[in-house]
Ligand binder design. Structure first.
Ligand code: SF4
Length: 259
């Protein structure tokens, strides 16, 4: 099983396929994943839901970020984006709304042209305080991997047995367009069952849901780094472009493609 955990609160900057020069902010434990999903493609590896390791406080995060931003300024490096990502789901942090405020203030102080992005699995967006915090960032990037519960369960493996796509779509609609939908296209098998969210049936159903959600834009991508499950197949970039074109034709919504 691959486990590529981020060892620091602030990491990078790295060149992100989707975001440009990205400075990562990891609100999660430094030694293991903390997430409400256990995706078959997770670069942090497969793991348990709850971490025993403590989470960094909002103060720890502010201090680490200020130090890094000062260093970047001194080196003449300008990030395009400050990205909440790392070892799991950032919105699980109990101080997530305060941390958004702190990070935005530091961005304004050091690199006012940089965007603040959150990569989230969307499992906490039913909580008002999380939705309000996500509405304050520039790029609120939320996961929708399939229109079908069965495929979503195979790909994302949510710990909550009641998690379902219908509720997710309602919660995504509550952003009234102020979101970016992110979708991982992938095929493979795990524990004796196969899945493929690029079949015509899957793609058409996904397009219908994206149309119902009406996000500002969509990010589609396939595997990049090593995945913990070895039977997964990366989808060729040509196929991803085809899906993006179908989406645009059917809904008018633009998708960026990262192969
Ligand atoms: S949502 Fe992200 S962090 Fe959580 S298991 Fe999936 S890929 Fe990993």
């Amino acid at each position: 099983m691959a486990t590529v955990l981020y060892p620091d609160i602030v990491f990078g900057p790295v060149h992100s396929r989707r975001l440009g020069i990205s400075l990562g902010i990891n609100l999660l434990p430094l030694k293991r994943k903390f997430c409400t999903f256990d995706c078959v493609y997770c670069e942090c590896g497969l793991g348990e839901m709850f971490a025993k390791n403590p989470l960094p406080s909002a103060e720890d995060i502010a201090e680490a970020l200020r130090t890094k931003l000062q260093a970047l300024k001194a080196e003449g490096i300008t990030p395009d984006v400050l990205t909440f990502a790392g070892n799991g789901e950032p919105t699980l942090h109990p101080e997530f709304p305060q941390i958004v405020e702190v990070v935005t203030a530091l961005r304004n102080e050091f690199f006012p042209d940089a965007k603040v992005s959150v990569l989230s699995n969307a499992t906490q967006i039913h909580r008002d305080e999380i939705r309000q915090a996500l509405l304050k960032v520039d790029n609120n990037i939320l996961k929708l991997d399939s229109a079908f519960d069965d495929t979503m369960r195979q790909m994302n493996r949510p710990w909550n047995p009641d998690y379902n796509v219908a509720d997710l779509v309602k919660n995504l609609q509550a952003f009234e367009g102020r979101l970016i939908v992110q979708t991982m296209f992938l095929k493979g098998s795990y524990l004796g069952r196969s899945f493929d969210n690029t079949t015509p049936e899957e793609v058409q159903a996904w397009i219908r849901l994206v149309d119902a959600i009406r996000p500002a834009s969509v990010m589609i991508y396939s595997l990049d780094r090593e995945a913990p499950v070895k039977t997964l197949e990366k989808i060729p970039v040509e196929k991803l472009r085809e899906i993006a074109e179908e989406l645009k034709k059917a809904t008018g919504i633009a998708a960026t493609v990262a192969g």
